[in-house]
Design a protein. Structure first.
Length: 124
């Protein structure tokens, strides 16, 4: 398997599980996809570790879902993958538009060790 194929599969494995757990609002299951020492930066102050991840996703509205696309995937070491992800969070409330973001994730040994999100500004 090529390093790019390995990197994309490693990302897809964890991100598919992340997507599913978000879709059912299972914040503990989302947090379990992260390493115990994961650095997590959502759209508000960062946290370190699974409890911060769980608290962040618990505070998100019911009915929130996410679709994602891997923009790039790079294998950094035997069990470390870096990914740049385009994600769109959607909300059950009709008045709330989808939220497009860019994610940078580092997956180590099948778990997210670093997660950074920023608003996505699409090129014109």
């Amino acid at each position: 398997m090529s390093t790019r194929t390995y990197a994309e599969k490693a990302l897809r494995d964890v991100l598919d599980a992340w997507q599913q757990a978000i879709g059912v609002h299972d914040f503990d299951r989302v947090a379990a996809l992260f390493t115990v020492d994961a650095v997590f930066q959502g759209l508000r102050p960062y946290s370190v570790g699974r409890p911060g991840v769980a608290a962040y996703y618990e505070s998100q509205p019911l009915g929130m879902t996410v679709d994602y696309r891997i923009v790039t995937a790079e294998q950094l070491a035997d069990d470390v993958v870096l990914g740049w992800i385009a994600a769109d969070f959607s909300f059950a409330e009709e008045f709330r538009p989808p939220l497009p973001v860019s994610l940078t994730v580092v997956v180590r040994a099948g778990a997210i060790a670093h997660y950074h999100v920023s608003p996505r500004i699409d090129a014109h």
